[in-house]
Write a protein that binds this ligand. Structure first.
Ligand SMILES: [Zn+2]
Length: 289
């Protein structure tokens, strides 16, 4: 957010009598509130959570819009038209970009370059990835390098209840969940995973989940990106997740963290990913016996 001071050149009343006296007056430009651009375009699979009923916002759009109003912290503009709204010019109006997307979005290369190399690296700017954000631009390295990974299937389907461990109970994004919780939702696994660049805050607890797979399944993570910030939380397939008060509290915490209104550690923790990977392997082996 920028708060610029404009110099308004005010011609003095002396003009009226033919004098060309001018006085420079500093005027505070109106301070713009925090704005989020929420993109829910589905080039690939289209989720019910981002499907708009006739003329109304989708469940995810409504939830984030309402969160902005109830917190009195930000305003949300929702779009499903990246070609029209995800432009260099329009990005100037926003602090945070929020993706619940799939597929190769129609954003031109120049705009993408600007977004990754300039816009997102600015202090106070951030990117939020919800659920299928990592199921976007599979083969476009700057994108998955920014997010931290790429969707690689969902062995755990939407009707399954899983147990999730919170590793960092202090970070505003993960704090609302407590130390451990269960949730019914579709759970993603990831490829192009870069543990050395992210701080994992929550993971699937393989020992307490029925379907066991021998690899680490991160659920939420944060990272710094230049002076900007990024967080991704893979939950949110099901529409009822978007009315879950803890999920919304978690989103709000993450937004406050991006805006530097609440502190949160973003130190990468690759050792945690390695330990979780080993634990998942051991849990899977133990279940076979
Ligand atoms: Zn899904």
């Amino acid at each position: 957010m920028t708060c610029s001071r404009r110099l308004l050149l005010v011609l003095a009343a002396g003009l009226a009598v033919g004098l060309s006296t001018s006085v420079a007056v500093a005027v505070d430009a109106p301070v713009r509130g925090v704005r989020i651009l929420m993109l829910t375009q589905s080039v690939g699979f289209k989720h019910g959570s981002v499907t708009r009923p006739d003329g109304a916002l989708s469940p995810a759009e409504q939830a984030i819009t309402d969160l902005g109003i109830s917190s009195n912290l930000f305003r949300v503009d929702c779009t499903q038209d990246a070609a029209k709204d995800f432009t260099k010019e329009n990005l100037q109006n926003y602090d945070i970009v929020f993706f619940y997307t799939t597929g190769n979005l129609p954003i031109d290369e120049e705009t993408r370059d600007y977004f990754f190399n300039d816009w997102l690296k600015q202090k106070g700017h951030g990117f939020i990835g919800a659920h299928s954000a990592a199921d976007t631009y599979h083969d476009y390295q700057p994108y998955w390098d920014m997010i931290g990974g790429t969707f690689d299937g969902h062995p755990w389907n939407a009707g399954e209840t899983v147990t999730i461990t919170v590793h960092d109970t202090e970070h505003p994004l993960s704090k609302p969940w407590g130390g451990e919780f269960t949730l019914k939702d579709e759970i993603y696994k990831f490829k192009n995973w870069q543990p050395e660049k992210v701080r994992v805050l929550m993971s699937l607890n393989m020992a307490k989940t029925d379907l066991k797979e021998p690899y680490h399944v991160p659920i939420a993570w944060v990272k710094e990106y230049g002076d900007g910030k990024v967080f991704h939380m893979s939950l949110g397939h099901r529409e009822d997740v978007w009315t879950n008060p803890t999920y919304m509290e978690s989103m709000l915490g993450g937004i406050k963290w991006i805006l530097n209104k609440e502190p949160g550690d973003a130190t990468p923790n690759p050792e945690l990913s390695a330990a979780q990977e080993a634990k998942a392997k051991a849990d899977t082996e133990a279940a076979k016996k």
